[in-house]
Each structure stands twice: as C-alpha cells, then as structure tokens.
Design a protein around this ligand. Structure first.
Ligand code: FE2
Length: 381
C-alpha cells in the first residue's frame, strides 16, 4: 500500500492537501554525521545497530581531505565522515558540536528546481546545484541551511547506477554482523533554541511547503522538572516528518536546554527508525551493547487500561522497557536509546507502528522522568 493511500485511509488527506507540492520529496536519501573517527563509528553502527557496509570514499578513491563510510540497513543510509586535515570546516563542526548530524539529505527528482524553489522562498543556500559524475552516470545535488549548522541536501539520482554517489567505491568488508531489522527513518527531530520553534515551523511551511501534523503545548509534556514544546512538520506525501522541539520553563533544566548547551546550538536530537518487530530488534541491539532508557516497572501496572488490547505479550515488552501508546488510529511501540555520543546530545528511537500515526505523547511523562534520572547522574538538572 502506498503512503498516499494509507493517508487517505486514515483520514489525513486534509493535512496532506495543505502541504504544497512545489518541493516533491521521494524520501530521505541519507543522513550524514560528522564524527571524530569515522572508522570506529562505522564499526559501532555495524556491530551495535546491524548496519551493512555499503560504500567508502577517502585517500584510496582520490579524496584527500576526508574519509566517509556509508552504511545501509533497509532504506536507511548513514554516512559517517571524518576530516583528514586539521584545516577543515568538518573539524570546526566537530570541535563545536561533537559528533552529530550535519546533513539530512532528501531524495528529489530535480535538485536544481528544489534549490530554486526553496531559495526563492528564503532558504539560505548551502550548495549550488552541482553535477557530479563517474562511469556509473551522474547525480545532481544542491543544498540549503536549516536550524543551527544542519543542512538539507537535495539528491537527484535518476541517472546514476553506482553504489552511492560519484567518488565512492563499494566497501567490501569481511566483517558483516547481521541486520537487526531496522527498515526506514520514521522521523527526525530537531531541537531549536528558546522561542524559536515557530520560526522553524514557519521555515518548513513556507520554504519547504510542509504542513503541521500534530501539536501539543508545554502543559502536555512537562514533568516536575522538564518541559518542552513541540510541533511536527510533514511534507506532502507524509514520507518526511520533522518534529521541532524548543525548551520550555520548568523547575530545573529542560532536556532540550541540556542538548543545546552541549551541542552548542540547535541540531538533530534523535533519529527514529522503524522496525516490523520491535521485540526482536531491541533484543538484538541490547545484546550488542546499545543502551536504552528505562521506565520504572510500575509504568506497566495499568498500561493495558490506558492503551487497550495489543497483539504482543506484555512480559517481553516490560523486560525490554518498550513503551506503548495509542491514538485514534492504532497503537505504537517505541523505545529510546541513551545518547550514542559522549555529549548528552544525539540518540535513537526504535519505533514499531501498529496503525498509530502519532509520536508517543502518552509516554512523554514517563520518558522524561527516565531522562531526568540520567540528567541527575550527569549533574546537569
Ligand atoms: Fe520521536
């Protein structure tokens, strides 16, 4: 079933009709992280997350100033890039932010038009439309800035048959841990500064033609200490969903503020990846060393009263700490990793949707209390 049909089936056509079509997006193309040591990060994402070796660029492919490893699982492509020379904007990025997401690349049919339409509407250019080619054909890429130092790159690849992009070769490795069942990126969340959520909501609406999907205010998502506001922006076919968070006043420091303090500005907070079997996926990831947030056991005491009947046995969900939430259209299962870097910044969410189109609002309180326990341990509350 296509995404479009699903949206009609679930009665969301109104929302998507509001999204403009001047920027048709086929999906997420890749996510690029700037990291201090791409070789070791690649090993981590293969071992712990089950990503597969896909492509490589560096000295051996004639690139002198940086090395990139491309990993794939399902439709998800991660690019891990590290600089080879000290005088590099990539180093400046890492020095300021630590390891983090630099590029959220979007797959388009026409990267030149995507650049023109978005810059015409006020986007700050990052990369003029650029044709790159090799013996496998050509791609056109262009790019614009979004929040913080994060950028969107538009990738037009219909005339390219190579393994990833020109300049990359196939990455052959004898070390290929099994995938853990990650299928695609469900959503990617941006943390922005105090009072800036609506500015970036407007950016995605006006510059990129997105529509707002769900909204909730800080009264919905606050605990004794933490508070935040969040709005979800989606493109016209619903394949791209970007929740935007800003910190709100609480008794102590909001987790969003903690992120911004350590990332030194706005950036990607979490990448939510979908699975068809969260119990198997999380079991495998835990066995391979991924650390997840835990909610107290009493979270499960009255859970079925709150979310109703579910297909899964409760016991394995409880054992793994998997959270459950329900909306009008179904339910979802989700679990959040601890930060995957040393600064308390970026983390992953594992999500399995069973009809629900929302983002687990019912879990935020339990989740934030779990995060606050971590903040307490870090002394950053
Ligand atoms: Fe999420």
């Amino acid at each position: 079933m296509s995404t479009d049909l699903k949206n009609v089936e679930y009665g969301m056509e109104k929302i998507f009709a509001e999204a403009e079509d001047f920027l048709p997006l086929n999906g997420t193309d890749y996510v690029e992280l700037y990291v201090g040591n791409a070789k070791q990060s690649a090993h981590f994402y293969k071992t712990a997350f089950g990503f597969q070796s896909l492509a490589y660029s560096g000295l051996e492919t004639g690139i002198k100033d940086r090395t990139s490893y491309v990993l794939q699982q399902g439709k998800i492509r991660l690019v891990l890039t590290t600089p080879l020379v000290p005088d590099s904007p990539i180093y400046e990025h890492i020095k300021k932010h630590g390891d983090g997401v630099k590029v959220v690349a979007l797959w388009v049919d026409d990267a030149t038009k995507a650049f023109e339409e978005t810059t015409k509407r006020g986007a700050k250019p990052f990369m003029e439309p650029t044709k790159e080619e090799d013996e496998n054909g050509y791609v056109v890429r262009s790019g614009i800035h979004t929040y913080g130092e994060t950028v969107h790159i538009f990738v037009e690849r219909s005339n390219y048959n190579g393994v990833f992009l020109p300049g990359f070769k196939k990455w052959e490795s004898h070390y290929n841990p099994e995938p853990v069942g990650l299928k695609y990126i469900d959503h990617m969340v941006g943390n922005v500064d105090w009072g800036e959520m609506n500015k970036w909501v407007d950016f995605y609406a006006k510059v990129m033609g997105f529509a707002q999907l769900v909204s909730f205010d800080d009264k919905d998502i606050s605990t004794e200490y933490t508070a935040l506001m969040s709005k979800v922006m989606t493109n016209g076919n619903g394949r791209i969903k970007f929740p935007i968070n800003e910190p709100a006043e609480g008794k102590k420091k909001s987790q969003i503020e903690e992120y911004i303090d350590f990332y030194k500005g706005p950036g990607v907070q979490h990448i939510a990846v979908a699975t068809d079997n969260i119990i198997e996926t999380v079991t495998a990831m835990r066995d391979r060393g991924v650390e997840f947030l835990y909610v107290p056991d009493n979270y499960y005491d009255d859970i079925l009263d709150r979310v109703g009947e579910i297909d899964e046995d409760l016991e394995p969900l409880k054992k793994l700490g998997i959270l459950i939430d329900r909306d009008d259209e179904g339910y979802l299962l989700q679990l959040f990793s601890k930060p995957v870097v040393d600064r308390p910044t970026m983390f992953f969410e594992i999500i399995q949707r069973k009809g629900a189109k929302s983002f687990g609002k019912g879990n935020f309180k339990a989740l934030f209390e779990a995060i606050e326990r971590e903040q307490e341990n870090r002394g950053t509350l």
